[in-house]
Design a protein around this ligand. Structure first.
Ligand SMILES: [Zn+2]
Length: 150
């Protein structure tokens, strides 16, 4: 099965975000695809579920994808703009493209990625933005913990 369009790829990340929220976690999802749309790995933020502050959605999807020979032709799709840590992962492994579902709620290193040759596409999907608005309003302490605000 292939997910050739950006919307199809983002739908997988959005499903992961919903799963994470249903588990009582932070509703951020991500997935790693080949450029032509083959799903390599998917995941969601697991800070709460695993008690692990480093298990972000992008990291979880990346780990679930296993080893790849090269990441140049892969696409990281995430429901929320990647933080600096996940932006570092994108650069470290040379992921060629990032699709961002929402960069209004939060913005990490996406401009730095674009300046360094990563193709960045911002969708700003109203449903994803609304989900994060509802989450951050209902869980301000957990949200501030996740983005490192005191
Ligand atoms: Zn992150």
């Amino acid at each position: 099965m292939l997910y050739p369009t950006d919307a199809e790829k983002l739908a997988i990340a959005a499903e992961e975000a919903r799963l994470g929220g249903d588990e009582g976690g932070i509703p951020i999802g991500a997935a790693l695809f080949t450029a032509d749309g083959r799903l390599l790995g998917r995941g969601h933020n697991r800070r709460v579920q695993d008690g692990d502050a480093s298990m972000h959605a992008e990291t979880n999807a990346f780990r679930n994808a296993g080893r790849q020979r090269s990441y140049r032709d892969t696409v990281m799709v995430t429901t929320l703009s990647p933080c600096w840590y996940c932006s570092g992962l994108v650069r470290q492994f040379g992921i060629g493209r990032v699709i961002v579902g929402d960069d209004l709620t939060f913005r990490g290193g996406q401009e730095w990625l674009a300046e360094n040759g990563v193709e960045v596409t911002v969708v700003n999907d109203p449903l994803l933005i609304e989900r994060m608005r509802a989450f951050t309003e209902a869980n301000p302490d957990l949200w501030n913990e996740d983005i490192g605000e005191d």
